[in-house]
Write a protein that binds this ligand. Structure first.
Ligand code: FAD
Ligand code: NAD
Length: 159
């Protein structure tokens, strides 16, 4: 089984898109991630998966805190910026929730502290305890088969 075939298979699983953000030494670092899920209600836990060569890995270890920001369908640009696919035109401004940087206008902003971490293959799973959150109305950005999509587009396919 080659890597491309595996990625093609995993890409069939449609997901939302998040930006993970953290701050170390006054510097905010963001990274686009779709490996995210809800884990537990009591306590409120979520998990993200960060690859071993991502700069984000050491930053989260150092700060012990991170945010998960669920992007809206109007935030494909933010996804591309924090995946290294596009340069921001001006300095990116983050908001703060419980002292953790969050992405403005995201559908969901979760402020988390690291609850546990597990090295699994070439990724580290960070289990985060959610300490605060903000929600907004709107449609999510979707990632499927290596492409960005919107719910509207998917509804029109089924009608
Ligand atoms: P870098 O590559 O240096 O940073 C990422 C980009 O964000 C750079 O262009 C950087 O300039 C920019 N950036 C960071 N902070 C700021 C700031 N404060 N202001 C402005 N720009 C800033 N990888 C995973 O490990 N797990 C996943 O679940 C995952 N899911 C992904 C889902 C999608 C849809 C995509 C497109 C990519 C995904 N990736 C995932 C890949 C990951 O987003 C990239 O490999 C990313 O470049 C890794 O970031 P890094 O921490 O190594 O830092
Ligand atoms: P793609 O075809 O690489 O992604 C499709 C799916 O494959 C993703 O949704 C994810 O489930 C899986 N995947 C891709 N790269 C992976 C990795 N290194 N480790 C584990 N699972 C992975 O889509 P694309 O448009 O070519 O992606 C853009 C870039 O973002 C690529 O460099 C890709 O590797 C990276 N990416 C990384 C992850 C991750 O590390 N978990 C997830 C998504 C995308």
């Amino acid at each position: 089984m080659d890597d491309r075939q595996f990625r093609n298979a995993m890409g069939k699983f449609a997901t939302g898109v998040t930006v993970i953000a953290t701050e170390t030494d006054g510097q905010v670092h963001g990274m686009t991630a779709n490996a995210f899920m809800s884990v537990s209600l009591d306590p409120k836990l979520i998990v993200i998966s960060v690859k071993e060569d991502a700069k984000m890995l050491d930053r989260i270890k150092e700060s012990n805190h991170f945010s998960v920001n669920v992007l809206s369908c109007e935030q494909q640009e933010e996804s591309m910026i924090f995946a290294g696919q596009k340069q921001p035109e001006e300095e990116f401004q983050f908001d703060y929730l419980e002292g953790v940087p969050v992405v403005r206008n995201a559908l969901v902003q979760l402020s988390c502290e690291v609850y546990n971490e597990h090295v699994e293959g070439d990724h580290t799973l960070f289990v985060g305890r959610v300490t605060e959150m903000e929600l907004k109305d709107g449609d999510p950005l979707i990632f499927n088969c290596g492409k960005y999509r919107e719910l509207k587009e998917m509804e029109s396919v089924s009608n």
